[in-house]
Design a protein around this ligand. Structure first.
Ligand SMILES: [Zn+2]
Length: 407
């Protein structure tokens, strides 16, 4: 167990063996190297020892010693590689701990439990009533989480951190939403502290599009890219940016809010208080409303996409127009940040080329040639899971592994 390791280290520190030598600095070096190995495995998921050596710049023999020490301590395990790479894969053991990802939408919450190898081991999605409030929602999350832990067969004490994502801009401290107009009922609450108190673990709070960008960059369509944008189309519309390999939040945490960029100044009043925002044209509510007279007022986006793929002309027209409308905003985004990849997420992205074709056409027309020539535009590989996977990755970044860096 990791906690034994922690205790063992402390014991060693308080009774250093071999008076006259400098055991402190050796222990400190060993601990620093152990941490490098653990952090590398945590950031990348399972790796071979050769990969760990390359990524940490440690000698293969040092890596081998450290891996065996950490296996003895119960933190790491070795398993056969099913993907056909040579050598066995080193990953975290199930007893090393778990993290929780919680993704709040305007009308749903998804709770996922993952191991320290970035693998989701249990997940539940619940619909929420309109106008739901944070306090009630956290109670629901707590109940869902307890059930999930019971199903997985792991005690709550193995939870190390939680990532929580919201459909609103979050300040840089990850505590407050920046504007309560976007998410009424959640304003003025220290979300990190409140969620931490209810869930009993350290919590990191992030905007859902930012989390989606992180999820797709780490585990989805954006793997291996340095500069990418993730655009989510749901009840709200937003984007997250990964620039030079890291999530870009901007000066106040509101970077990428393209849903509230103005498309038509004389258009509908938006929930943000402005008029004619992109969101008032392409959000789930708006695109289904376009079909209310012809296809019924209870049409959902998944039904709309199915009908479009089945050849329904009206639904296909709405999907194509959504792509064109998004194209204008995506072209502007590309002219400014010049990404190599734009990932489109949300239920409508399942329409594939029917959405992406018109989108690419408009981006090619309005984008500066140099910035869009080699640009790829793809549907989210993780689908609707992008946000909760991002929440899990965020939680993993904030896990305190049971080794001190200072030794
Ligand atoms: Zn707006």
């Amino acid at each position: 167990m990791p906690h034994n390791l922690h205790r063992r280290k402390r014991t060693a520190m308080s009774h250093p063996a071999g008076a006259g030598r400098k055991p402190g600095s050796q222990t400190s070096l060993r601990n620093a190297n152990q941490r490098r190995v653990l952090d590398t495995v945590r950031r990348s998921g399972r790796l071979t020892q050769a990969q760990i050596a390359r990524r940490t710049s440690l000698a293969p023999s040092t890596v081998s010693n450290i891996v065996h020490e950490l296996m003895d301590a119960g933190l790491l395990v070795m398993a056969a590689d099913h993907a056909g790479r040579r050598g066995q894969l080193v990953g975290f053991s199930g007893s090393a701990g778990h993290v929780v990802g919680v993704d709040f939408g305007h009308r749903h919450v998804t709770v996922a439990v993952a191991d320290l190898n970035q693998q989701v081991v249990g997940q539940r999605r619940h619909e929420l009533p309109s106008g739901h409030r944070f306090g009630d929602d956290l109670e629901l999350v707590r109940r869902v989480l307890d059930r999930l832990l019971e199903e997985i067969g792991t005690p709550g004490s193995t939870l190390l951190a939680a990532g929580l994502t919201l459909p609103a801009p979050v300040d840089l401290g990850g505590r407050l939403i920046s504007t309560s107009a976007i998410l009424p009922g959640w304003g003025g609450i220290d979300l990190r502290e409140e969620a931490g108190r209810r869930l009993g673990v350290p919590v990191v709070v992030e905007n859902d599009a930012n989390a989606g960008a992180l999820g797709e960059h780490t585990r989805g369509a954006g793997r291996g890219t340095r500069n990418m944008a993730y655009v989510k189309i749901g009840h709200g519309v937003g984007s997250g940016l990964v620039l030079n390999g890291s999530l870009f939040r901007g000066a106040t945490g509101s970077a990428g809010e393209i849903g509230h960029s103005t498309v038509d100044e004389r258009g509908k009043v938006c929930r943000c208080g402005s008029r004619g925002c992109l969101e008032t044209f392409v959000s789930s509510g708006e695109i289904t409303r376009l079909l209310a007279d012809t296809h019924g007022s209870d049409l959902t986006v998944p039904e709309l996409v199915d009908a479009a793929l089945d050849g329904d002309v009206g639904c296909a027209r709405v999907v194509g127009d959504t792509g064109r409308m998004l194209g204008t905003a995506v072209a502007t985004l590309c002219n400014i940040v010049n990404p190599e990849l734009v990932v489109i997420g949300g239920e409508i992205s399942r329409a594939g080329e029917m959405l992406l074709g018109p989108l690419r056409e408009i981006v090619a027309r309005h984008g500066v040639r140099g910035s869009v020539r080699d640009l790829r535009i793809e549907a989210a590989e993780l689908g609707l899971r992008a946000h909760v996977v991002g929440a899990v990755i965020l939680a993993l970044e904030h896990v305190e592994l049971p080794l001190g860096t200072g030794g």
